[in-house]
Design a protein around this ligand. Structure first.
Ligand SMILES: [Zn+2]
Ligand SMILES: [Zn+2]
Length: 407
């Protein structure tokens, strides 16, 4: 298993009529074992030749007329050429998940239909398969977005016409967790703000570290005051320019192992937004860790809990924490839980996002960017994870304007 890679396939686009990613990558699972690509083409040989000679191919596992497999950057990539009339059925079949497909096949059988990767059949008669939507329609369902196809209730929801209107990147109005040079970020406040404006955002919260994170160059209390002057200069400029953009003054404040926050309340109360985070003593037992985070949530100045389980995919397991208790306390205290978009974090993960929605807890999809490019590059992973967690725009706090966020 490996984190989702980026693969460049435009080299083969000239000879294909249609193309889609399938499999777990299309469902945007947090890790994928391989990559599946489907294409429609009248010159499959040319497609296969191009595919198997892409830059960086390390191994050609198989090369045929309709299917080839290569290894690229250590990742298995399968490419299939399918007929245009089967493209939708194949896209559905190869997107999965296995459990989702079983449910659809069973529904098909109940309706006297056979559904496979080639199409939808009534007896020997082919009644559809060109468009993916036909697969769902044939069994009385509305369209189910790929991120939901895990047999986690999406079939029932589609039957009742209750598939959520999943959040999109374009719904976001700001980023509530970015770093600047005032701690371990690479860019200035103004540079981060300009990058956010380029994304169409209306605000960012600069959440530089508190001192407990020694390696991250945390801000002393004096530094916060100095930074505040710079924030005000930048905001004054934006006001004069009439952009309406706002830099919110925030901090990523350590929740220490003795349950205290790394800044005194007098400091916390002057910040627009306090993002509490665990960065140390991950080995505390479940009760202690749960109480540690709950204590932070109960502090009236703490607004958001960053990366609530502390996991790093492929590197560090989440710390042991009672998520149901965190959800209950978040609901009771109005604390927001972060979905950290970094591809190796994705924390909250998908099922925890769903849990937040069920508990009525707001989620902030943040990037935790340490430079301006990251703000643009990693947000898609957070949004994908939110979609896998059934989140809609109304469930996510940074779809609101900053005045409402501060409330
Ligand atoms: Zn952090
Ligand atoms: Zn951070």
């Amino acid at each position: 298993m490996t984190a989702i890679p980026v693969i460049f396939i435009h080299q083969i686009l000239t000879t294909v009529d249609d193309i889609t990613i399938a499999g777990s990558l299309r469902r945007m699972r947090e890790t994928v074992g391989d990559i599946d690509i489907l294409v429609v083409s009248n010159s499959p040989k040319e497609v296969m030749d191009t595919f198997t000679s892409l830059d960086g191919v390390e191994d050609i596992v198989a090369k045929g007329d309709t299917k080839s497999s290569i290894v690229i950057r250590g990742m298995d990539v399968d490419l299939r050429v399918v007929g245009a009339e089967s493209f939708g059925a194949a896209a559905h079949y190869f997107t999965g998940s296995k459990h989702h497909n079983i449910r659809i096949r069973e529904l098909g059988m109940k309706n006297g239909l056979k559904i496979n990767e080639y199409g939808i059949y009534k007896g020997d008669e082919r009644i559809g398969g060109k468009e993916e939507l036909e697969v769902f329609k044939s069994v009385g369902l509305t369209y189910i977005p790929p991120e939901l196809r895990e047999d986690r209730g999406e079939v029932e929801a589609a039957k009742d016409g209750k598939i959520p209107e999943l959040i999109e990147i374009s719904d976001l109005k700001g980023d509530l967790h970015v770093h600047t040079r005032w701690s371990d970020g690479k860019n200035s406040i103004a540079e981060m703000a300009e990058a956010a404006i380029a994304l169409g955002y209306e605000y960012i919260a600069v959440a530089d570290h508190s001192p407990a994170v020694g390696i991250a160059g945390g801000m002393t209390e004096d530094k916060i005051a100095e930074r505040q002057i710079e924030i005000e200069i930048v905001n004054t400029r934006f006001e004069a320019e009439g952009t309406g953009f706002r830099v919110l003054s925030a901090a990523e404040v350590d929740i220490k192992s003795d349950f205290s926050m790394d800044y005194k309340d007098e400091i916390l109360k002057d910040l627009d937004l306090v993002v509490g985070a665990v960065h140390s003593k991950f080995s505390q037992d479940r009760d202690t860790m749960t109480k540690r985070i709950i204590t932070a949530m109960e502090n009236p100045h703490v607004d958001i809990i960053a990366h609530p389980t502390g996991r790093i995919l492929g590197k560090r397991e989440p710390y042991d924490v009672d998520m149901a208790q965190l959800m209950e306390t978040a609901k009771a205290t109005g604390t927001i839980l972060e979905l950290n978009s970094f591809p190796n974090r994705l924390d909250l993960k998908d099922v925890h996002c769903r849990m937040a929605k069920d508990y009525g807890v707001s989620v902030a999809i943040s990037t935790d960017s340490h430079n301006a490019m990251q703000m643009r590059d990693v947000i898609r992973y957070g949004v994908a994870t939110a979609r896998r967690g059934w989140l809609e725009a109304k469930d996510v706090v940074n779809t609101k304007v900053w005045g409402e966020v501060l409330k």
